[in-house]
Write a protein that binds this ligand. Structure first.
Ligand SMILES: Cc1cc2nc3c(=O)[nH]c(=O)nc-3n(C[C@H](O)[C@H](O)[C@H](O)COP(=O)(O)O)c2cc1C
Length: 305
């Protein structure tokens, strides 16, 4: 019985269901494909790509926390050139929208990466990471400046005809100001949220548990924060939102959609149960049938306040 329409629209993008896999938690899809049929999910977002390959930060890069994890990977990635040559051929085998996440230290680097990647037919859209808390230059420096986020959106849009999603930082007072800048500069959607800045100490050595000292907090601990940020954007700015942060089960997906998300991304959960999305798709269908909802997209922004 397949009476429910699980497809969702995020600006110009159409996904078969609202479940996307979040940047940095599924690499370039190859390991993930051993656990889940990539043809069944809404979309896949690559690890952040930079112009040149990056080694990332020295270890220790990951620490478990109550209800979450801290990571300071530092954007380790193969770089756009190797991605195009070695990673895209594998991803092409699947019928799944491919969203390339881009990170950079300068506005010019964002533009250059987008220019190179936009030539690839198999790339559906871009997600621009202006919010990585774990790198020395770029990252939060951009994510904390409304004018920089506006400028990056404008410059990236100017060099690609593909949809551009800007991934926003939660480490700001009013995230809606940033979503507004994205909209005003032609961005197609925003993703909210990236990780929250956190740290942890070893009480015996008195040293930080993470080499980078601070790191990004993700997982169920951040879900209430992420929901509040999604709601704030929904209430203040007319732009599609992709909700991210601590999603652990199908109920969390519905909660994000009620708060205003058109689609969602699964992050930390991929490290615990990489096949989780499969069961969630079925549960979303059952929920809609039970609630007499014909199209899951009707749930988006359906909060009653
Ligand atoms: C180990 C790890 C690596 C990540 N790497 C990236 C990255 O390269 N680019 C990016 O935009 N977000 C990155 N993120 C952030 C996630 O995409 C997501 O926004 C965040 O983890 C919150 O979702 P979650 O609580 O479901 O994990 C990373 C997260 C984790 C846990």
């Amino acid at each position: 019985m397949n009476k429910v329409d699980l497809s969702v629209q995020v600006g110009p993008l159409k996904f078969r269901n609202p479940i996307l896999l979040a940047s940095g938690t599924v690499g370039y899809g190859n390991e993930m494909s051993e656990f889940i049929d990539l043809n069944t999910i809404g979309g896949i977002v690559t690890k952040s790509l930079s112009l040149k390959p990056r080694k990332g930060n020295p270890p220790q890069r990951i620490v478990e926390t109550p209800s979450g994890m801290l990571n300071a990977i530092g954007l380790a990635n193969v770089g756009v050139e190797v991605f195009v040559k070695e990673k895209i051929p594998f991803l092409k085998k699947f019928d799944v929208p491919l969203i390339c996440n881009i990170a950079a230290s300068t506005i010019e680097e964002y533009v250059e990466c987008t220019k190179i990647l936009t030539a690839e037919d198999s790339i559906t859209a871009f997600e621009i990471n202006v919010s990585c808390p774990n790198v020395k230059e770029g990252g939060l420096q951009f994510g904390n400046s409304v004018s920089a986020v506006g400028k990056i959106t404008e410059k990236v849009k100017a060099v690609t005809g593909k949809p551009v999603i800007i991934k926003l930082s939660p480490n700001v007072s009013y995230i809606s100001e940033f979503a507004k800048a994205v909209k005003e500069n032609g961005g197609d959607a925003v993703s909210a949220i990236n990780t929250l800045v956190g740290t942890a100490f070893d009480i015996y050595s008195r040293r930080p548990k993470i080499h980078n000292v601070t790191a990004g907090l993700s997982g169920p601990a951040i879900k209430p924060v992420a929901l509040a940020k999604v709601l704030e954007i929904r209430q203040k700015v007319d732009i599609p939102v992709i909700g991210i942060g601590g999603i652990m089960n199908w109920k969390d997906i519905i909660e994000f959609m009620i708060a205003g998300a058109s689609a969602i991304q699964i992050g930390t959960l991929n490290f615990i149960d990489p096949a989780a999305a499969t069961g969630m798709i079925k549960s979303l269908e059952e929920y809609c049938l039970k609630m007499r909802i014909e199209k899951i997209s009707q749930v988006t922004g359906s909060y009653k306040i």
